[in-house]
Write a new protein. Structure first.
Lengths: 254, 290
């Protein structure tokens, strides 16, 4: 059984436009998959359907043998602990320290009272420091998050996702707000997460070259439909043009 | 190519124009129109009001000179005659106490109601209901609430605190819930995605992000409540410095004492302002920076 199965997924926010149409794909454990496509193609929406941050309209998402669309509140929380999420704008609580933000990743395992009082076990705290060290930002552990650079904040975001002990990590344009150097650092970390920890990664990307360089497989989305799904090596100029249509211009070359 | 062809197609224009054909940059919706008309009507009414006042018996010259004389006695020759300094401090203490009581209890209750009223933390119908109720309570002035509670509790400090409390809650619910709605939705998204429940999001995402604002609003409300507590002392027999002010002016006609009490109130108000600013600067430097 695959880790993630998306069957005939359809999604619309309003009656006028269908954002996702009949999307089918599967992701195996340990894969590093990139989703590329022009702006507005529905990449973020696709990712958010997987952990049901938005409701699914048609079709099914099966994650780890459970039907995501039909989960009740409690089971949905449980499912979300298995799926980490990394955002373009990091989405940390800026007034809190790095370590506090990392520990937010454990709330999914807590009762209301434990969470409200901020009761974390020593193992959890040690794990948090271990992850910070692994991503090279241990020295900033007690700084407020708004004092960190974008690249550092994104690494905090990754720590927050990792401490959930997830099976899958969803990254919505993790490097879209970063400079090339920080981008490389972040992508390298994501890649090593998959290789060393065996955690599956599904990453939305804007940069085709980055997607080709890092992923095992690429999914091309255009106007809510999958128009390419295959090994990175198979993605040629022709397919890229098909994905981006005439919107892709040679204006910006990395 | 496509762009050029697009231009030649039959016009599907998104530009809005005024009647004279100039391009609009306001969205031109109903709300704006209503606002414009309301302001216009209010201006006209205000100007018209001056023509309808009853001016009989108004001797402007005498009124001005006498007021000036009274003000002079009040503010240049302040003294205490009907009670002592110690008594004055005690009465001021009572007034401040009334203000603190109403503000602190009000802030705590308002905090919980504000979670229900904030659109990003609550269900639409709950949030709407709380908002409507709160708007209604706020529309009635504090003094009226005190008088309403006086029917049940009798004139006195209980009615005053209840009335002030009622209005404070309504005021702070609006202020607090609007602060909550300013919280970056991304923060809530990220926490929800980790499997956090509502209480986790509120206590570790929303509160840390808005704490300084909540505190500022509470201080502001305390300043208002201090003023109201003075007035309630006079109007609702709630005791404190306001009552002494009422006695001095309405009962003994002692202008000098009125002057003294006014100064005392002024000094306390300034003192409170300084303390609140200091507190904010010391413990919550972010509030003044951001
Ligand atoms: N919450 C929402 N409510 C209504 N429409 C939405 C919402 N979120 C997205 N959409 C619409 O869905 C479509 C796809 O949006 P989505 O954010 O998934 O695109 P995307 O591929 O992630 O684009 P980008 O690369 O710019 O992030 C867009 O047309 C957008 O207007
Ligand atoms: Mg997006």
């Amino acid at each position: 059984m695959s880790l993630l199965q998306v069957n005939n997924l359809g999604k619309s926010y309003n009656s006028e436009t269908q954002v996702l149409k009949d999307v089918n794909f599967t992701v195996e454990t340990g894969e590093f998959v990139s989703v590329i496509g022009p702006s507005g193609a529905g990449k973020s929406t696709l990712l958010r359907c997987i952990n049901r941050m938005v409701e699914i309209n048609e079709g099914k998402v099966i994650f780890n043998n459970s039907d995501v669309g039909s989960l009740k509140k409690k089971d949905l929380r449980k499912l979300r602990t298995d799926i980490g999420m990394v955002f373009q704008h990091y989405n940390l609580v800026p007034r809190l320290t790095v370590i506090e933000n990392v520990l937010h990743g454990r709330f999914g395992y807590k009762t209301t009272l434990q969470g409200v009082l901020g009761r974390f076990s020593e193992e959890e705290k040690e794990q948090a420091f271990f992850l910070l060290q692994k991503l090279g930002i241990e020295e900033h552990a007690y700084k407020r998050c708004d004092q960190l650079s974008g690249g550092q904040q994104q690494r905090v975001g990754i720590c927050r996702a990792l401490i959930q002990d997830p099976k899958l990590i969803l990254c919505d344009e993790p490097i879209a707000s970063l400079d090339p150097n920080s981008s490389k650092v972040i992508m390298d970390h994501l890649k090593s997460i998959t290789n060393e920890l065996g955690i599956t990664c599904l990453v939305n990307l804007h940069q085709v070259e980055v997607a080709q360089g890092y992923s095992d497989r690429i999914i091309g989305l255009r106007k809510g439909e999958i128009v390419f799904d295959g090994k990175s090596a198979l993605l040629r100029e022709e397919q890229i043009n098909h994905i981006y249509g005439t919107e892709r211009r040679e204006l910006i070359t990395v | 190519m496509e762009i050029l062809r697009g231009g030649a197609q039959p016009k599907q224009t998104y530009i809005k124009r005024t009647r004279t054909g100039r391009i609009n940059i306001k969205a031109g919706n109903k709300v704006e129109l209503v606002t414009k008309w309301t302001i216009a009507m209010l201006s006209v009414l205000t100007i018209m009001a001056f023509f309808f006042f009853d001016y009989t018996g108004l001797q402007l010259e005498r009124a001005i000179t006498e007021t000036a004389y009274n003000l002079k006695t009040m503010f240049l020759e302040p003294t205490l005659s009907h009670f002592s300094w110690g008594e004055a401090f005690y009465q001021i203490g009572i007034t401040v106490g009334l203000g603190i009581l109403a503000t602190v209890i009000g802030a705590i209750i308002a905090l919980f109601l504000a979670f229900l009223a904030a659109e990003n933390l609550s269900k639409p119908w709950i949030s709407k209901t709380v908002r409507v109720v709160v708007a209604f309570i706020r529309a009635v002035p504090t003094v009226l609430w005190v008088l309403i509670f006086a029917i049940a509790a009798g004139l006195g400090s209980e009615a005053a605190v209840l009335g002030m409390l009622f209005h404070s809650i309504a005021y702070l619910v609006k202020a607090f819930s609007e602060s909550f709605e300013e919280v970056d939705p991304g923060i809530l998204d990220a926490m929800r995605a980790t499997g956090s429940n509502w209480w986790h999001m509120v206590t570790h995402g929303v509160l840390p992000s808005t704490f300084t604002y909540l505190l500022s609003w509470t201080f502001l409300r305390f300043e208002i409540n201090f003023g109201v507590a003075v007035a309630m002392g006079a109007a609702a027999g709630a005791g404190g410095i306001g009552f002494e002010l009422f006695m001095a002016s309405g009962f003994y006609f002692d202008l000098r004492e009125v002057g003294f009490i006014t100064y005392a109130i002024l000094i306390i108000a300034i003192f409170l302002e300084i303390v609140s600013t200091q507190l904010k600067n010391r413990y919550f430097p972010a509030a003044t920076k951001n």
